[in-house]
Design a protein around this ligand. Structure first.
Ligand code: TRP
Length: 334
């Protein structure tokens, strides 16, 4: 998809990932992060570690810090160049909280009640803190504060992006043209990334493969991916198989065709397909894992990069906030 995009159309790319787990998983990588690298070569790109969002679920400060550090190392390990890309921690620019309030006062409550993420939490009877409900407002504030034009996200974030667009339009309508209306970049071909049990790969289902997990563990997990119970000699349908769905995201076209052929011909057990998947994954991930280990062992360098990123982010944020405060009529405008 990105091949068809040029930097003029993309404008400023902005995206964020929550540091809500101890490590990112291959669902995050395939669904969003891998694209950040490609987009960053085409256009100005800002990536955020959205630790304020993670506060809706992470309670311990050590955990929040460790997760944020790990995500910073992950962004760098996958190949984002900190000279080019602004990489920063959301909480380092508190203006996002101020903007959230202004947006909240424009946000219809009904819109928030309809958010899938909130409804899911309610349905599961989880204790729902008010932050969970406020979540889409904070996300809109991220995107609008940094005047992001293009927002690469996984398919599950589509509704949040629609809310952001809606609220930006309302704000502009009431106060004048302050915000660009952001475009979601959702790569349909990637679709939903299956986890070990075939459901969407997610931290909350505990069915994920960590992006930087040790190869031995990765292999063990891959061997656990659920398949049907067809015997080795039977012909199999690659398009019905979660192993193949993951394989497609790591292997080239010819390789996919070759493996699909082996599925259809019969005589291949799922164990063999899993081994192929493991090898294709390792080919791509092994060098990233090495880079991740190297970054994580240098916390001072990580801190310096985040600090520099926050400095650059703050300049953009302040420009926006001057306009926003003036448009609304708050602050030093009397
Ligand atoms: N809600 C997003 C997710 O869970 C994370 C996020 C927060 C985000 N702020 C953002 C994504 C701004 C894109 C842009 O994946």
């Amino acid at each position: 998809m990105e091949k068809a995009l040029d930097s003029k159309k993309l404008g400023r790319v902005f995206s964020g990932i929550q540091p809500s787990g101890s490590q990112v998983h291959i669902g995050n990588y395939l669904g969003a992060m891998r694209r950040f690298v490609r987009l960053s070569k085409l256009s100005e790109t800002i990536v955020c570690i959205v630790d304020l969002h993670a506060l809706t679920s992470v309670e311990k400060r050590e955990e929040l810090e460790k997760n944020s550090q790990s995500l910073a190392a992950a962004y760098l390990a996958i190949g984002l160049d900190p000279e080019e890309v602004v990489i920063f921690r959301q909480s380092d620019v508190p203006a996002v909280c101020e903007l959230s309030w202004y947006l909240a006062c424009q946000f219809p409550l009904g819109l928030l009640e309809r958010a899938h993420s909130f409804k899911d939490a309610r349905a599961k009877n989880e204790s729902v803190n008010a932050g969970r409900m406020f979540y889409p407002i904070l996300m809109a504030a991220d995107i609008l504060l940094y005047r992001g034009n293009s927002v690469p996200v996984g398919a599950d974030q589509k509704q949040h992006l629609e809310m952001t667009r809606e609220i930006a339009q309302r704000f502009n309508h009431r106060f004048g043209q302050v915000f660009p209306i952001p475009e979601p970049l959702i790569e349909d071909a990637t679709g939903v990334i299956p986890g070990l049990d075939g459901r969407k790969m997610s931290k909350s289902y505990d069915n994920y493969i960590g992006l930087f997990e040790a190869p031995k563990r990765v292999r063990k997990k891959i061997m656990k991916i659920v398949t049907d119970s067809k015997a080795v000699e039977e012909a199999k349908d690659p398009d019905e198989c979660h192993v193949f769905a993951l394989y497609k995201l790591f292997a080239g076209e010819d390789e996919c065709e070759a493996l699909a052929e082996r599925y259809r011909a019969g005589g291949m057990g799922y164990g063999e397909a899993k081994q192929e998947l493991f090898e294709a994954m390792e080919r791509e991930i092994a060098p990233l894992r090495e880079s991740y280990e190297s970054w994580i062992s240098r916390p001072d360098d990580l801190r310096d990069i985040l600090k520099a990123g926050a400095g650059r982010a703050r300049v953009i944020a302040e420009e926006t906030m001057v306009q926003v405060r003036d448009a609304i009529g708050v602050g030093a405008v009397l």
